[in-house]
Design a protein around this ligand. Structure first.
Ligand code: TYD
Length: 329
């Protein structure tokens, strides 16, 4: 957005928790129209001062605790950031914009609010909410508050619900970067349950272009599903990663697959997520730009070329997290 809209001033506000890292922002930190603010969206006084200092005209709200396993271990952090933080932002933006026209509050959410699918069907924007993990419950709650502000105060919102993202800079607790990192280090590849759960994978750059499209062209008060039309079982995906990394790391064919280890399933593990993205395609002319295999190839290359980044983000408390998460599985 910084290069596409040079007359925008973009204020990037982040709490920089365990998954945030200023190194992810080196490419933009010198842009003249860019400002970084370290803050917590639950901190009302600080957020109000940011609105005033920078005269915030619009919000794209992506701040959230996002990892399901962590939400199972400790749900309260998810209630605080995802629910309380969102309502705090809504309230401050509403007070600051005073009902004037021309503002947008774009809330970025997840397809997990719709629950879990069986073999058939896709999540549509009209699918009833049925969240099943502490994480998805907190996101569903925040979506409800965003809609409530639209209906109650005529506050100008848009919502997007996306499927699983993958790409560069993703913290290696999520399936794809975790598996790449473990393959490189020849560590076990923990597959929850039988590995038959299905996710619909979306390249993060395509998600970013969908947010840009919805923010600029989507209708106020509407929600748009964003998906990759790209369903994979976890086990097929991990085996595919093993194969491409056999090749890229110059290992014997089949060597990486030997690292696959079936572990105890995640509690309440949702079976299948899959998005019907026809609304954004028909209304806003957005489609994913990359085939999954191409996106995955770029992603694997990024992780191989950025081993310093991996070392940095997995040093410190990461190993404690990893040991705790996997010791009893
Ligand atoms: P994840 O990346 O945590 O995303 P989400 O739970 O939000 O979909 O997990 C993606 C899938 O991979 C999910 O079905 C759980 C599974 N999984 C494993 O089998 N092993 C792992 O080590 C991780 C992190 C996830």
């Amino acid at each position: 957005m910084l290069s596409k809209y040079p007359d925008y001033r973009i204020i990037n506000l982040d709490k920089l928790t365990y998954a945030g890292n200023l190194k992810n922002l080196v490419d933009v930190e010198k842009s003249p129209n860019y400002v970084f603010v370290k803050a917590d969206i639950c901190d009302a006084r600080k957020i109000k001062s940011v609105f005033e200092e920078y005269q915030i005209s619009d919000v794209i709200h992506l701040a959230a605790e996002s990892h399901v396993d962590r939400s199972i271990e400790g749900p309260m952090e998810f209630v605080m950031t995802n629910v309380v933080g969102t309502v705090n932002l809504l309230q401050i933006a509403k007070d600051f914009w005073k009902g004037e026209d021309g503002h947008i509050f774009h809330h970025v959410s997840t397809d997990e609010v719709y629950g879990s699918l069986g073999d058939e069907g896709l999540f549509e924007e009209t699918t009833a909410y049925d969240p099943r993990s502490p994480y998805s419950s907190s996101k569903a709650s925040s979506d409800h508050f965003v809609r409530a502000f639209y209906h109650t105060y005529n506050f100008p919102i848009k919502i997007s619900n996306c499927s699983n993202n993958y790409g560069s800079h993703q913290f290696p607790e999520k399936l794809i970067p975790l598996m790449i990192n473990n393959i490189v280090k020849k560590k076990p590849l923990p597959i929850y349950g039988k590995g038959e759960n299905i996710r619909d994978w979306l390249w993060v750059n395509d998600h970013a272009s969908a947010i840009d499209t919805i923010f600029h062209k989507g209708r106020i008060g509407e929600a748009y599903n964003v998906g990759g039309l790209n369903e994979w079982t976890n086990i097929d995906l991990v085996k595919y990663l093993c194969r491409i990394l056999d090749d890229k790391l110059g290992r014997e064919k089949g060597e990486n697959e030997k690292l696959i280890t079936y572990v105890q399933d995640r509690a309440g593990h949702d079976m299948r997520y899959a998005i019907d993205a026809s609304k954004i395609e028909k209304e806003l002319n957005w489609k994913p730009s990359l085939e999954f295999e191409e996106g995955l190839d770029k992603t694997v290359d990024w992780y191989l070329e950025n081993s310093d980044w991996i070392e940095e983000v997995t040093s410190g408390s990461y190993q404690d997290y990893y040991d705790k998460m996997y010791e009893n599985r």
